[in-house]
Design a protein around this ligand. Structure first.
Ligand code: F6R
Length: 242
């Protein structure tokens, strides 16, 4: 596990983007899996800025959404597909066909998941992840086995409540209760995995995930066994790390 700790949120963002741009330069066909959440927003903004300035390009790359909420209308602005499109995909030079998202509108969600796993193949070149305060990765909640595939999942109550940030106009009882997520199997099989964490609210789970026991009860702790995983933290999220 590589630890990259930055003094400020700005330095953290610059660091993540510099490494990401480096990966895109060495492999323009980079296949990347991306999360939503609040954490990566500044990173996506800065990548847009870099592409606009001609310093970065997604022209030959491919992007896969990490997960998707179930039960939403296709046009719901809070869906992962629409959020990633708005924050990054539509603002960079990635060809539309190179953006893969989970189609939960399909009649057969299991088939959607099988197709997604087939498209993922042996894993991604790079996976960017946020971390939930319960240690979840994507929608892989505590208790998820390491060989889990892309599948439908029921969300934990804490995840449902914290998803209110994506759906400001919804009453709590109307928040999505299930979703579809890339499984831990594909994440753990990927060549490189980056966990992004900022803010003091993540300090405790970051410590548990990276210094605690490796256990399915904290899905992020399974990354301790990944051969090329990096943790990018700002000062606040890294206060409890040694
Ligand atoms: C969203 C996702 C989630 C978030 C996690 C952290 O696609 O994968 O697992 O990464 O809940 O969310 P933030 O970044 O909002 O703290």
């Amino acid at each position: 596990m590589n630890l990259l700790q930055f003094d400020s949120g700005h330095a953290w963002m610059e660091g993540v983007c510099a490494f990401w741009n480096d990966r895109l330069r060495s492999d323009p066909r980079l296949r990347t899996c991306l999360p939503t959440g609040l954490t990566p927003i500044p990173v996506y903004d800065d990548m847009v800025r870099r592409v606009s300035a001609g310093h970065a390009s997604f022209a030959e790359a491919a992007v896969f959404a990490l997960d998707e909420f179930g039960g939403l209308a296709a046009e719901d602005p809070g869906s992962t597909r629409n959020t990633l499109a708005r924050l990054l995909i539509e603002r960079v030079d990635l060809p539309a066909a190179a953006f893969h998202a989970l189609d939960v509108q399909a009649a057969d969600v299991n088939r959607t998941c099988e197709r997604y796993d087939a498209a993922i193949g042996a894993g991604f070149d790079l996976v960017l992840l946020g971390i939930g305060t319960n240690g979840h990765l994507g929608m892989n909640e505590p208790g998820t086995p390491p060989d889990s595939r892309t599948r439908r999942v029921e969300l934990h109550e804490s995840t449902i409540q914290s998803s209110a940030r994506y759906f400001p106009d919804r009453a709590p009882h109307r928040l999505p209760r299930w979703g579809v997520t890339v499984g831990l199997r594909a994440i753990l099989a990927s060549k490189e995995v980056w966990v992004l964490a900022t803010g003091s609210g993540k300090a405790s789970i970051v410590e548990r995930a990276f210094h605690g026991d490796v256990t399915t009860e904290v899905p992020a702790s399974l990354l301790q066994r990944h051969r090329n995983c990096s943790l990018f933290v700002d000062a606040a999220a890294g206060t409890r790390l040694r």
